[in-house]
Write a protein that binds this ligand. Sequence first.
Ligand code: ADP
Length: 218
Amino acid sequence: MVRLIMLSPPGGGKGTHGRWLTQQTGAAHISSGDLLRAEIGRGSELGRQVAAYTARGDLVPDELILSILMPVVVAAARETGGYVLDGFPRTLPQAKRAAELGLELGLTSDAAIYLTAPEDELVARLLDRAQRDGRADDTLGVIRHRLAVFSRETAPLVAYYRDRGILLELSTDRPEEDVRADLRDWLEARGLVVPADRLSGHRSFMPTSTGVAMKIEE
Ligand code: ADP
């Protein structure tokens, strides 16, 4: 079963492609932003603390995100055998803590997928999403701040995962189908999913010795 980290600046496509990878592999999709928004929606004291950071576009403190997220990741990984992490880790301390826990629990990540696009394209996508979803932090000023926070806090993770030999960097400034094809090829080449032509006819994913085959829809 695959265990993947999605890494991208806001608007880079980690949610879109993370959800697709989840459908393809059966691994649990875990979005840190969705979990935080759910906590805010519950109106809890914790949610109020979280909202103070997210509304400004600042990251919530590492200890807070780790306490909210780690139990969910561990439970989901145990249940499905895998995960697609969307929005976590986002700082070097988070990445190091996640790696330590992964080692302890036998849940280390197979790959970190870094999705990029030019900044004006990222801003355009987020403003477009604002019209549809009305997310409180999708305003121009907060978007610009989130992009700056990404460069400062999260971008160093690219080198961290590259050094560990698990980084895949892809541009999402092109048709979604092309990005998916590259993702599929790379995961197949690493034995994390089974090549599509070996599975034609099967509609659901299949366990393999090294991973889980992608569900074939084409
Ligand atoms: P985006 O990538 O578009 O900024 P997310 O939904 O992933 O959207 O995150 C929304 C907000 O939630 C972030 O701006 C940040 O405040 C908070 N957040 C999400 N994930 C983390 C994390 N791993 N660490 C700290 N804060 C986080």
